[in-house]
Design a protein around this ligand. Structure first.
Ligand code: TTP
Ligand code: MG
Length: 393
């Protein structure tokens, strides 16, 4: 029997100027005015700005002092996170009424897998309009929606007609639709990678799509393979509901903010050890890993994830991947929390079966780490591998 891949219908919903819109809604006097929400202490950073303030050039992550210079008449408000969480809950409740397959990505955005629900809600554009209306009725807030055949394209699309806009990526014409857009629109490509791609003479998504994938991998590492697929408009990731999102993670909030790569790496190394140990004790292999960072100046949470070439359960492999992911995160601002999580977990039934899956390096590490687990079980936690001393590894 041949297997026909089903054409999926994915929506990405993202609230407009979320924190600022909530403030404007809670205080009608702020309506239509430039509002900036963010860290108000010196060295504070803009979390977000209302669209009125954006027309002066104010945007997220801009130092507050600079924002005030651009728009001196702006009303500056502190971040009221618990209030935004409350509104977020109401929004997510509305969205989950449209599809059982909903994935909340952050406080103000979510994916919906609407495949096969045309007979319930009509064609894609009507679905999006119905969602906008329901959200507005429940919260008096507007959102923007992207419609496409996969998550990457839907997320990219939701940003194109902000605020209060719907963008549909024409089915079957995905590649040509995204070709003229700049490389920074590719998921996972930040300022650093944009610079690298520029040095390779790649400026648009079309440039990346036409590049040789092996050559791209040589210059960009595993990110190269990832973005080459995205540039073709290919993204097979499923909308992952809470049910299939099980993960094993470890995170830490620092007593004092951490600045720079070194401190974060030391923490991640420890976290990888803990996660790998949990994986082994539960006989699970990680298919993908995610790192997360929370900045202390504006509480912004940033995550980066990657699928592993081969599933693993050893800390050395987890750490190598974490390090790669960390390169895609801005580290010039103070950080208050860092963590890693293993997900896309799969059962492995002991060392015999792992031989089939693991790369040679990862397999060797797993055996070694399993042996250390056993010794620790017997003699307690004081036993350490040389690499577990403070500096090595
Ligand atoms: P975004 O959806 O990126 O931004 P937004 O909703 O304010 O504006 P729009 O989507 O219309 O472009 O982020 C959602 C919220 O997350 C935002 O309101 C504030 C917070 N945030 C930060 O705190 N710091 C940041 O750097 C960013 C990008 C967002
Ligand atoms: Mg938003």
């Amino acid at each position: 029997m041949t297997h026909h891949p089903v054409q999926r219908l994915i929506l990405h919903v993202d609230m407009d100027a979320f924190f600022a819109s909530v403030e404007q809604r809670d205080n009608p006097e702020l309506e239509g005015k430039p509002v900036i929400v963010g860290g108000t202490k010196n060295r504070g950073v803009v979390s977000t700005a209302s669209y009125e303030a954006r027309s002066f050039g104010v945007h997220s992550a801009l130092p507050m002092s600079q924002a005030m210079r651009l728009c001196p008449q702006a009303i500056v408000l502190p971040v009221r996170m618990s209030r935004y969480q409350q509104v977020s809950k109401a929004i997510m409740k509305v969205l989950s009424g449209f599809s059982p397959s909903m994935e909340q990505l952050s406080v103000d955005e979510a994916f919906l897998d609407m495949t096969g629900s045309e007979n319930l809600f009509g064609p894609p554009m009507s679905m999006a309009k119905a969602i906008m209306k329901k959200i507005f009725d429940a919260t008096e807030l507007t959102c923007s929606i992207g419609i496409a055949c996969n998550k990457f394209l839907a997320k990219l699309a939701s940003d194109l007609k902000k605020p209060n806009g719907i963008t549909l990526v024409p089915f079957g014409h995905e590649r040509e639709f995204i070709a003229p857009l700049p490389v920074k629109k590719l998921w996972g490509v930040g300022p650093k990678s944009t610079e690298k791609l520029k040095n390779l003479d790649l400026y648009t998504i079309g440039d990346v799509a036409r590049a040789d994938p092996d050559w791209l991998e040589r210059h960009m590492g595993s990110l190269g393979i990832h973005i080459h697929a995205l540039a073709q408009g290919i993204d097979d990731r499923e909308v992952s509901t809470r049910r299939n999102k099980k993960s094993i993670g470890h995170e830490r909030t620092f007593d004092n903010d951490i600045l720079g790569q070194e401190g974060i790496l030391a923490m991640l190394r420890k976290a990888c050890r803990q996660v790998a140990k949990d994986l082994r004790s539960k006989n699970l292999l990680a298919g993908a890993i995610r790192i997360k960072i929370r900045y202390s100046d504006n509480f912004q949470l940033v995550t980066r994830d990657t699928r592993l070439a081969l599933p693993c359960q050893d800390s050395a492999t987890l750490f190598i991947c974490s390090k790669e992911l960390l390169e895609r995160i801005e580290l010039s601002r103070p950080i208050r929390l860092a963590g890693i999580a293993a997900f896309e977990l799969q059962q492995c039934d002991g060392p015999v079966q792992t031989d089939l899956f693991l790369s040679p390096g990862s397999e060797k590490n797993t055996k070694l780490e399993r042996a250390v687990d056993a010794i620790k079980d017997k003699f307690g936690d004081k036993i350490k591998r040389g690499s577990e001393q403070e500096r090595g590894g």
